[in-house]
Design a protein around this ligand. Sequence first.
Ligand code: FES
Ligand code: FES
Length: 177
Amino acid sequence: MRISVNVDGVTYADEVEPRLLLVHYLRERLSKTGTVIGCDTGNCGACTVHLDGHSVKSCQMFAVQANGHEVTTVEGLARDGKLHPVQEAFRDNHALQCGFCTPGMIMQAIDLLADEPDPDDETVRKGLEGNLCRCTGYQNIVRAVQDAAHHMRPGAGPRLEQHTDEDITAKQPVGGE
Ligand code: FES
Ligand code: FES
């Protein structure tokens, strides 16, 4: 199938197999290897990207489902050589150790902050509960998200993060072999 998808501000037109997962399309076709695969089963959140400004697990949707949409990966967050405030906060608060969960954590945190501009500890933990970290114990991640919140005006951030409340739900891959 032919798809046209905007990824990190660039529009790509590609022929893809109908069952190609979005995360494989991003990594293997577009070399967007900043988006990583932890489990491939929707459990860890490492593959989280934004679809039209809302976080989705890119191992849980097909590339064809992104046809006509805008995808933002962690590689598309920096602007003019400057890190996104959430990226800066993760760095400043030592919110990563091995860093494997970090791209997904950051993408999920940005989505959380779009809805909750000043989240308390519990709100951050609940908002990130679909993203697993095996290293940090989460405390510095929570601190980083709250720090980022203080550095961001409500709704601030890249254009793609200034989304409306329209809910875009990633569809589960259907059918089986
Ligand atoms: S790789 Fe997608 S949720 Fe784990
Ligand atoms: S920093 Fe290693 S999994 Fe989170």
